[in-house]
Design a protein around this ligand. Structure first.
Ligand code: MIC
Ligand code: SF4
Length: 642
């Protein structure tokens, strides 16, 4: 039986378990990536675990999220990250050098390797045939220390691409089509493997766009084969030495299978407020716009910048809107400033932002009240832009550019609009001077902490009986942006849990933190795909700080579930919708002999003391995870083992 490429790479890295879908496996991690918003916690945890140096082949710490320095907090975090990276053997990519996933693709990604990153869009590097997985900071800290990464063995979804993209239709439309067909839950438990003649025709950065947004499908990761396109890209980055050809077997077995004919694809757009509310651009054409933003880790490559500049050439964006452009890296910015594309965009009225996440994570550029914003990004959850009642649409950079000119969402197909030609450069401008190399082992180095870095006391282990009030009952598809909002106001407190916990669930119910603190202990109830979106472990850590001991939901998103385990919150699952329906916010629930119940099987009896009823919930924790939750989280567990 033929093997998928995903399973070949996993097999090469397997240190525990067998490749049977659903069973827990442990894999060796070759490279890690952290970014500042999750990295400060990851490095504090790395230090707390007492490692003396990273044990991976390569670890890189990026600063790209918390860029506004309106107070000392972010600047202090940047300094901490620089000094801690230097001390422990980690390369440091400073603010201004670019978005972690884009820079990693350019300068570090390598076919056939594993990459674990404390950011949910780490799969971007699947565009270079890596198994690149997003995880909570604590899991990345353990991997930096040389520990395996554990996860349920994913199934593989084969996506065969045939045909060829037409002008105005791009890689972004392939992933939007996947989201249209399979929704934000459609990739949960899968690695998505793209293959076929259509896949072979895509460049490395186009592949990266598709793998990037596989995070929105809920997939564990996505990848393409390593072939001539990969070799060309790596050679142009002066890194041909890391190239190895890799592909699935011709008769590879996929657990599920999808086929997309690229000839038939149309330009697509995701409507507010979910990346899977996908319609054709034609269906929404005419929608007036207040803002258009090009950039983010999904669409900020040379190709994307060139296409935008080409469309804007000799034109000006509509005066009724604000148009921002964020080149993905220093490399891209340097190249477009040399070849004149940057000047063309500036002349067309673009507001050029520094190479970072920027508006994608609400770091500035919040749209006006009730405004309509068209973005080349990957997420459009309520409130994420910084404006609670804004409407954010997601599309390709080319549709962004032409719509910015027209002042409304515009469908260029069959309208005689010229599409600019673009050829991938044979050589990129290589300048790694901004990247700081770590200290040699043995060299002494001081780590500098600022006053915003608040170290936490360990959490207690699981109580014998979890008896607590339902502090909140939520609906389906709750995102980590609901649980732990980001944006310029909140992000500076990523290394200050007491402070950031004041914002938990702000978008859903701003009284949550106060009510949780008052109750002292709490339980949260949720629906399907609970915790989709970001890898931010703060969505587990801050509720735990507020006293949340268990969650019972219909289903979990992978990274959030892992983060709950890591911080000692018991993640239970409803067996029947009727049990979810029977619980009201404010009910008092009891799980008696909790440690014993979860050790002895997957069924857990939950008593509703308020209503005088009981039901059976289940857990899908591995034996290792059971012990982690009982210990009160992974830090306690790791210390206990040491
Ligand atoms: C995001 O896109 O939501 C983020 C911000 O990059 C997060 C990480 C974070 O919250 O720091 C992610 O995707 O994991
Ligand atoms: Fe940054 Fe946005 Fe990408 Fe997250 S999705 S890494 S915030 S650019």
């Amino acid at each position: 039986m033929g093997k998928s490429l995903a399973y070949k790479i996993l097999e090469n890295h397997l240190v525990e378990g067998v490749l049977e879908p659903g069973k827990e496996i442990g894999i060796r991690i070759d490279q890690t990536l952290t970014q500042d918003a999750t990295g400060t916690m990851a490095f504090l945890q790395f230090e707390a675990m007492g490692f003396d140096r990273v044990k991976t082949e390569l670890s890189v710490s990026y600063v790209d999220h918390n860029m506004l320095q309106s107070g000392f907090e972010n600047a202090d975090d940047h300094r901490y990250l620089r000094t801690v990276a230097f001390k422990y053997g980690v390369f440091f990519s400073p603010p201004g050098n670019g978005i972690c996933h884009q820079v990693h693709l350019e300068r570090f990604g390598a076919p056939g390797k594993t990459l674990l990153g404390s950011d949910s869009h780490t799969p971007t590097n699947g565009g270079l045939a890596m198994i690149a997985i997003g995880a909570g900071g604590l899991d990345v800290a353990v991997a930096m220390g040389g520990g395996p990464f554990y996860m349920p063995c994913p199934r593989v979804l084969g996506v065969k691409l045939t045909g060829k993209l037409r002008p105005w239709v791009s890689a972004k439309d392939i992933i939007l089509e996947m989201l249209r067909r399979r929704t934000v839950k459609g990739g949960v438990g899968f690695i998505v493997e793209y293959h076929g003649p259509g896949a072979a025709s895509l460049t490395a950065t186009e592949r990266a766009t598709i793998c990037n947004m596989g995070a929105e499908l809920g997939a564990t990761t996505s990848l393409f084969q390593s072939d001539e396109m990969t070799r060309k890209y790596l050679a142009a980055q002066m890194r041909e030495d890391v190239y190895v050809p890799l592909q699935p077997d011709d008769d590879a077995v996929y657990h599920e299978f999808v086929e997309i004919n690229l000839d038939e694809l149309e330009p697509l757009v995701a409507l507010p407020h979910s990346p899977d509310k996908v319609v054709t651009v034609g269906e929404i054409a005419g929608q007036r716009l207040d803002q258009v933003c090009v950039g983010s880790c999904t669409n900020s490559s040379m190709r994307d910048m060139h296409v935008v500049a080409g469309i804007l050439r000799g034109r000006h964006v509509s005066p009724s809107l604000s148009f921002t452009v964020t080149p993905g890296s220093k490399q891209v910015l340097q190249m477009i400033s040399k070849d004149g594309s940057l000047a063309e965009m500036i002349a067309a009225g673009a507001r050029i932002l520094e190479s970072a996440c920027g508006p994608c994570i609400g770091m500035g550029q919040a749209p006006p009240s009730g405004g309509h914003s068209l973005r080349s990004f990957n997420r459009n959850f309520v409130g994420r832009s910084g404006t609670r009642d804004a409407n954010v649409y997601l599309t390709s950079p080319e549709i962004c550019a032409i719509s910015a000119v027209k002042g409304e969402i515009y469908n260029p197909m069959n309208n005689g609009e010229r599409f600019p030609e673009f050829e991938e450069p044979e050589e990129f401008l290589i300048d790694d001077t901004s990247i700081v190399s770590p200290a040699n082992s043995g060299e002494t180095a001081e780590v500098e902490y600022g006053p915003n870095i608040v170290k936490l006391d360990p959490f207690p282990g699981m109580a014998q009986t979890i008896e607590a009030e339902v502090i909140l009952k939520t609906e389906d598809n709750i995102t980590t942006d609901h649980i732990m909002p980001a944006g310029a106001r909140v992000l500076p407190y990523r290394s200050n849990i007491p402070k950031i916990s004041e914002f938990v669930y702000e978008v859903v119910d701003s009284s949550f933190p106060e009510r949780a603190k008052k109750a002292g202990r709490g339980i949260v109830i949720g629906g399907e795909n609970y915790g989709q979106g970001s890898s931010r472990e703060h969505a587990g850590l801050a509720p735990r700080f507020l006293g949340i001991e268990a969650k019972i939901v219909k289903s979990y998103a992978r990274i959030h579930r892992a983060n709950l385990v890591n911080f000692g919150i018991l993640p239970l699952i409803f067996q029947q919708t009727a049990d979810y329906d029977a619980i009201s916010q404010g009910d008092r629930l009891a799980i008696e002999n909790a440690p014993e119940q979860i050790r002895s099987g997957s069924e857990v009896t939950v008593k509703n003391l308020t209503k005088g009823i009981e039901f059976t919930a289940i857990h899908d924790l591995s034996e290792r995870e059971v012990e982690i939750v009982i210990a009160g989280g992974k830090l306690n567990f790791t210390r206990g083992q040491g």
